[in-house]
Write a protein that binds this ligand. Structure first.
Ligand code: APR
Ligand code: ZN
Length: 357
């Protein structure tokens, strides 16, 4: 569940605008005594705390659960965003915790097909592998029976060999450099977010990554470069542990496998998210897609996608920017006035690539 309030100091560390906790209403009693009163008074409704500033901050305490939890959100001045100009203004002037959810759509401008776009999506182009159904290529049980289709696909898709980040990835890096980025939650396994410079601390690769590799039987970690070499040469990497006959695969999460435990930290993050940005995903696959519905109803959700997906559009605070996502991101960058910064970032990336060659 959400924030466990163990001591006011731990809360204050997480709370972005400390000024809320300096307002007189809180100062009479220190924060922990105020919290105790709140717990006594409140059940599952919102307790407004009069604040010295115009904005009102509220606590939602749910005593039903066995643990005291606190949901801390502003509920008075929820922004009404309608256009890309509104979104840019909000990001520029107010947001400091933009949570970003991305999917395969953001890699299509880099030349990597997504999964479900009719005709071009990967799942429409796997005939040569003779699969019982398209998703079998990422199904752990099917892999254990026959790993060849996956390794043949991995040979085509291996990150960093044929593909590079595009404007969307560089925009995410820019959000980070402007100290607006809370986290990037990605479903993509192509590693382009990493290549664009999103640091580990700001990146959750929910469906795993090619950056590491391990044995599917004993779990032994293997050198990912050696595994990459074997895959690119068309071999099936086998486990190096004695007496283990396991196949080694990159640590991408197959259907039937668990997501990384830290994926679930989003339950903490979302209470401090002031804008959710969803780019290039069909929101078809759970539990990843569940983040979109978990953010507070007062948190603006902005979808940048060919068309509306998931529950986007059902909340008054939703903004849907349909059409080509590269164009939508370019227009957002323009409205933010970050075009020069983006160009500079792309130049740095290109020069780094040239130096590494
Ligand atoms: N402009 C705008 N939207 C685009 C573009 C584009 N250039 N290219 C693709 N899209 C949109 C598609 O219309 C679609 O809505 O991006 C979305 C991609 O959806 P999917 O192909 O389903 O990819 P994704 O959502 O990442 O899939 C989720 O499914 O099979 C699993 O593990 C796999 O992580 C993957 C998960
Ligand atoms: Zn093994």
């Amino acid at each position: 569940m959400s924030l466990l309030i163990t001591s006011s100091r731990s809360v204050l560390r997480q709370v972005k605008s400390y000024s809320v906790f300096q307002c007189p209403a809180i100062h009479e009693g220190n924060l922990s005594s105020v919290l105790r009163t709140l717990y006594r008074q409140s059940s599952t409704f919102c307790v407004g705390l009069p604040c010295c500033r115009s904005s009102c901050w509220s606590w939602q305490c749910d005593l039903q659960s066995s643990r005291h939890i606190g949901l801390w959100s502003s509920h008075q001045n929820t922004p009404t965003l309608k256009t890309v100009t509104d979104v840019a203004k909000f990001i520029k002037e107010r947001a400091t915790n933009v949570l970003v959810m991305v999917g395969a759509g953001i890699s299509t401008p880099s030349g990597i097909p997504d999964f479900r776009t009719p005709g071009t999506g990967l799942y429409d182009n796997l005939q040569k592998y003779n699969l019982p159904y398209p998703e079998a290529i990422f199904d752990i049980h099917f892999f254990m029976m026959d790993p060849r289709p996956f390794f043949a696909l991995a040979q085509d898709l291996y990150p960093g060999v044929n593909y590079k980040p595009n404007v969307v990835h560089h925009f995410l890096r820019l959000l980070y450099e402007e100290e607006k980025l809370q986290m990037v939650y990605t479903q993509n396994i192509d590693g382009l977010e990493r290549l664009a410079g999103i640091p580990d601390t700001k990146l959750m690769e929910a469906h795993g990554t090619f950056a590491t590799a391990s044995c599917t039987l004993c779990g032994k970690m293997h050198n990912s470069n050696k595994v990459k070499q074997a895959i690119i040469e068309g071999d099936i990497p086998m486990c190096e542990a004695t007496n283990c006959k396991g196949k080694v695969k990159p640590d991408i999460v197959f259907f039937g496998e668990n997501l990384p435990p830290s994926f679930w930290d989003y339950h903490q993050h979302i209470h401090f998210t002031d804008l959710l940005l969803i780019i290039g995903t069909s929101l078809e696959v759970y539990p990843f897609a569940g983040i979109a519905d978990a953010v507070g109803t007062q948190t603006p959700r902005v979808l940048i996608n060919l068309n509306a997906v998931g529950s986007l559009g059902r909340r008054t605070t939703d903004v849907i920017l349909t059409g080509d996502l590269e164009e939508s991101v370019h227009s957002l960058v323009r409205e933010l006035g970050w075009e020069e910064k983006l160009k500079a970032l792309e130049k740095v990336y290109e020069s780094k690539q040239i130096n590494e060659e």
